[in-house]
Design a protein around this ligand. Structure first.
Ligand code: GLC
Length: 556
């Protein structure tokens, strides 16, 4: 059993069953390794082919063995699942697909008992069109209080037949849908920055603000350790919803990065600070430049904001992202927060080797230029050592610790990402990184659940990559992650500082973090390693040589 004892003085003392008594820095989130669970695809407890909360609870030992500090759970709320649960119909309940509130409480308790915190995902930009508020809005007349919680507007054109402005949906097509009024006539339009099943709230409405305060309290009272805030930069739109000027960069669009959004998070921060236990707010914001993104993590706002993903296998480019992130976030006293992959990106074992010219939103059976798995895995492993060696916090997306590749071979009829549907198949979307995980090579659904069912088809390579095939295998990707996370902890890399080392070719990143030297070779030629003890290598190393697509940690 774990006991969390908060004494009069800091720090919190955490007694965990497997970890010896240790003191945990109060600002745990500054250096934490946080593991993203996408509940639909992690583990299926009841055999219906969709992952669920009891499934996650049954696999907590594996996460504890990995050595992570916290779990971020993608949405598990009541939802028609038009966007994998990012379309919420009831923010204060668990969808029966995933279990019950009691299952959630048990999962939280069991995670805490293992010394792992739990961050929920809150979706404040939009609800589902099946949310009772949106249903009430549809049943109420234009100008009503019910409609005022969302962004309903009259259309343009002679009969209002044109959308109110030129904003596009992130999933393809226009960001507006016209409704049919109660009397059967074509009526107002409502805004949805994502799917038409995801109407945007009007955050100038006090009722919306109050509702989200009570949603935060609902989960904080149950004991969650914080929230990852979905689409955190778009809640407030420019007054009057003006047309977007396409000559300006997307980051200057009137539907994102409006100054008024910060007031919301200051309010939320004050609310979280009323609770004991160092709870956190994590911004999903892709606003650029990073100096602007850092506004989300000023001392009285959120705690973390994700960095820019490392998409290109290009050392100078990565170095630029690392420098810009550290300098922008440290200027406001916030940690850098490194994310290599998530449920919206092509998995890193595939992404990092795609030709530069190909930057698709998802891959499909007819996508070209996908390299063979064994050629691409080394880059994913090297990137893992890079992200886990940087000062700050790090996120690991489920399945990356197994080195899973993107699954391109998904038949059209199995695809569920609204992007695929809204672009009529032009973009494959994100299903390929959401295929249910392989746990046991020789079991139905590769151990994902007790039956053969899996909401997306699992590829044959899952047998080779299943967790049981990698456990206690010296050169497996799972072992690499376990070793890296353990070393990162013992060498306090998260709390360190980065110092670039001179005299390396430009395709090599080389830096020191405390007593650890990190080198990563992103070029085509091997380079000489400096003298010293290699602590960990992402691929086998020959004596004093750093091969291409390889990272090493050395004792400095
Ligand atoms: C975020 C989520 C993504 C979702 C979108 C709309 O970007 O990460 O999965 O589709 O928001 O909620």
């Amino acid at each position: 059993m774990t006991e969390v004892v908060e004494s009069a003085q800091n720090p919190v003392i955490l007694r965990a069953s497997k970890r010896s008594i240790q003191s945990v820095n109060r600002e745990w989130w500054r250096t934490a390794v946080i593991y993203q669970v996408y509940p639909r695809s992690f583990a299926d407890g009841d055999g219906d082919g969709v992952g669920d909360l009891p499934g996650i609870a049954s696999r907590l030992d594996a996460l504890q063995e990995l050595g992570i500090d916290a779990i971020w759970l993608s949405p598990f709320y009541t939802s028609p699942q038009r966007d994998g649960g990012y379309d919420v119909a009831d923010y204060c309940d668990v969808d029966p697909l995933f279990g019950t509130l009691a299952d959630f409480d048990a999962l939280l308790h069991e995670s805490h008992a293992r010394g792992m915190r739990v961050i929920a995902d809150i979706v404040p930009n939009h609800s589902s069109d099946r949310h009772p508020w949106f249903e009430a809005a549809l049943a109420s007349p234009p100008g009503s209080a019910e409609r005022a919680r969302y962004l309903f507007r009259e259309g343009l054109g002679i009969d209002g037949e044109l959308p109110p402005n030129n904003w596009p949906s992130h999933f393809g097509g226009p960001a507006w849908t016209r409704i049919v009024e109660a009397d059967g006539t074509p009526g107002q339009w409502y805004l949805h920055l994502f799917d038409s099943s995801q109407p945007d709230f009007d955050w100038t409405n006090a009722e919306v603000r109050e509702e989200f305060r009570s949603i935060l309290r609902f989960w904080l009272d149950r004991g969650v350790d914080g929230f990852r805030v979905d689409v955190a930069s778009s809640l407030v739109k420019a007054e009057g919803l003006p047309d977007r000027d396409y000559t300006l960069h997307e980051d200057l669009a009137p539907c994102t990065g409006q100054p008024g959004v910060h007031e919301i998070y200051r309010d939320w921060r004050a609310l979280l600070d009323e609770y004991p236990g160092d709870r956190v707010l994590v911004a999903e914001s892709w606003i650029k430049p990073l100096t602007r993104r850092a506004e989300w993590v000023r001392p009285d706002e959120m705690h973390q904001a994700f960095n820019d993903l490392f998409d290109d296998w290009d050392a100078p480019k990565l170095r630029g992202i690392i420098d810009d992130t550290i300098s922008a976030f440290s200027a406001v006293g916030a940690p850098s927060t490194w994310v290599a992959s998530n449920h919206d990106t092509v998995r890193q074992a595939t992404r990092l080797s795609l030709p530069r010219s190909v930057r698709p939103n998802g891959l499909g059976p007819d996508s070209t230029g996908i390299p063979a798995y064994d050629e691409t895995l080394p880059r994913a492993r090297a990137l893992a050592l890079l992200t886990l060696s940087l000062p700050g916090a790090a996120y690991v997306y489920q399945g990356e610790e197994l080195g899973l590749p993107e699954v391109a071979d998904i038949p059209d009829e199995a695809r569920q990402d609204p992007t695929f549907l809204r672009t009529e198949g032009e973009q494959y979307g994100r299903d390929g990184c959401r295929v249910p995980l392989p746990w046991v090579a020789d079991a139905p659904s590769y151990g994902f659940g007790p039956t053969d069912a899996s909401w997306l088809p699992q590829p044959a390579i899952w047998a080779r990559l299943a967790r049981d095939r990698q456990q206690n295998v010296a050169d497996s990707t799972l072992t690499l992650y376990q070793d890296a996370i353990a070393l990162r902890r013992s060498r306090t890399l998260g709390a360190g500082t980065l110092e670039w080392l001179p005299a390396h070719p430009s395709h090599v990143l080389a830096f020191r973090n405390g007593t650890t030297t990190v080198l990563i070779n992103m070029g085509g030629e091997a380079v000489r390693l400096p003298a010293g003890e290699v602590l960990l290598a992402s691929s086998p190393t020959q004596a004093d040589t750093l091969e291409p697509d390889t990272a090493v940690w050395m004792h400095a």
